[in-house]
Design a protein around this ligand. Structure first.
Ligand SMILES: Nc1ncnc2c1ncn2[C@@H]1O[C@H](COP(=O)(O)OP(=O)(O)O)[C@@H](O)[C@H]1O
Ligand SMILES: [Mg+2]
Length: 432
């Protein structure tokens, strides 16, 4: 007996259940390489065909020439894994796979020649499953919608299941990255990486390859294997400068000047207030704690935010000086807090100072400051695409699972405030 739960990595179980229980019909399966995204979708389609005699599937790849070695191979793999090799037949011209007991079809098509879809005819049932593999290759959502319409032919009475699988492109502004953060109630968005699947599914060779890339080109690793957008390296201010890591905070006497730096930024309206803890060691800036919380009453900032970080009552906290009443309230609550100085050019100098560290090492428990380091960017000349030496201060939002969780500089501002006294005198103090 084949146990399906052995074939599907636990990270995909919620997706499997949503398909089975029909709680969603549009699945955006994104992530890094080798997270079994394509294999998962292939298994779902083959299962779906066997379970519903009216179901057929059509799977697309932008470039037809890649079909045989990608989607077709993956579906044949899924058929074998399910022990159904004898029940399916595959041909190559045109590419299609037939479920022999009923004649149901899994068609595989390239979208490089749009006319190819018009000729799709079925002997039985309808196209229940649509799969756009490597969906970022399409020119835009329009292309996908128009294919969808021509396949579904506007029949709204039937149940459809649509899959988009892809590795997010580098550029944050790529249509698929933008759409993955919009109208999230209408789609099931899923992210996975090779770290999420049983590690014995990955060959030693693959693991070695990943390890080498991680050591030699961390940005490329983050993009390819963690499936994150890393942006255009020229546009991302801290590109190549930061790294996520799991580390123990060393004893005080090992830290530069035996001290921590605490920086706080105040949120307005929906933006969060933030407290960040940092230290300096081995020419690196280490961030070991973060707390972000939106819409916290001034009287509660101490408890809800500051007290969540160890020793925040012991060390000096430098904060955004634009809210003196908040600062004096927190001082009354027992914190050693004062406003960080601002001056003409303090943002740029602060950013340059942070960049002057060998690396900024961000603890795994600080995902939001990490996200800011990943996205903080220079302005671009929209006409020439030139990267300008100007920090982009538009308050663009950061999303997580569709929720707006702040802007891209709340935490970085807090870092600058926390380091303000070092930044100011940067010329001589920087020799750490
Ligand atoms: N259930 C499974 N058991 C063992 N290996 C699997 C399983 N599912 C997928 N794999 C293997 O994992 C590798 C990566 O899968 P793939 O679907 O190509 O990942 P992605 O589409 O995320 O890049 C492939 O070699 C695939 O055969
Ligand atoms: Mg794939």
């Amino acid at each position: 007996m084949i146990k399906l739960s052995d074939k599907i990595a636990p990270i995909f179980h919620p997706v499997h259940r949503a398909i089975r229980d029909k709680t969603a019909d549009e699945f955006w399966i994104k992530g890094g390489r080798n997270s079994t995204k394509s294999s998962f979708v292939a298994l779902q389609i083959v299962l779906g065909i066997m379970q519903d005699p009216d179901a057929n599937a059509v799977c697309f790849r932008k470039v037809g020439a890649f079909i045989k070695d990608s989607i077709q191979a993956t579906i044949l793999w899924a058929i074998d894994e399910l022990g159904e090799t004898e029940n399916f037949a595959s041909i190559n011209s045109p590419h299609e796979i037939t479920y022999l007991p009923t004649g149901q079809k899994i068609l595989l098509r390239g979208l490089d020649k749009p006319t190819k879809i018009k000729s799709i005819k079925l002997r039985r049932g309808y196209f229940k499953y649509l799969w756009f593999e490597e969906a970022d290759e399409y020119s835009g959502d329009d292309e996908i919608r128009s294919v969808e319409q021509s396949v579904l032919r506007g029949d709204k009475t039937k149940k459809f299941v649509e899959f988009l699988t892809y590795n997010p492109p580098k550029n944050f502004k790529h249509w698929i990255n933008k759409l993955a953060e919009e109208n999230v109630d209408e789609k099931f968005i899923h992210h996975s990486t090779y770290l999420d699947i049983p590690q014995d599914w990955l060959s030693e060779k693959t693991l070695q390859k990943i390890k080498r890339l991680k050591e030699n080109n961390y940005e490329a690793y983050v993009h390819e294997y963690l499936g994150k957008c890393v942006g255009n390296p020229k546009e991302i201010i801290f590109s190549g400068k930061f790294e996520e890591a799991e580390f123990e905070t060393p004893p005080l006497n090992e830290l530069y000047q035996s001290r921590f730096f605490f920086g706080a930024d105040w949120g307005f309206a929906a933006d969060p207030s933030v407290l960040i803890r940092m230290f300096i060691k081995d020419d690196c800036l280490w961030i070991d704690y973060e707390v972000y919380a939106a819409q916290v009453e001034i009287d509660h900032i101490g408890q809800v935010i500051f007290d969540k970080i160890p020793e925040s009552r012991k060390w000096q906290i430098k904060a955004d000086n634009s809210r003196p009443e908040t600062i004096s309230n927190l001082r009354r609550q027992g914190f050693n807090i004062s406003g960080a100085k601002k001056w003409g050019g303090s943002v740029e100098e602060g950013v340059e100072y942070i960049k002057s560290f060998r690396k900024i090492i961000i603890h795994k428990r600080c995902p939001r400051i990490l996200r800011e380091f990943e996205t903080y960017n220079y302005k671009i000349d929209k006409n020439t695409r030139e990267v300008l030496p100007v920090i982009d201060d538009t308050k663009s939002r950061i999303y997580e699972k569709g929720d707006k969780i702040g802007t891209k500089d709340d935490g970085i501002d807090a870092c600058r405030y926390g380091l303000a006294d070092y930044i100011r005198g940067a010329t001589d103090i920087i020799a750490f």
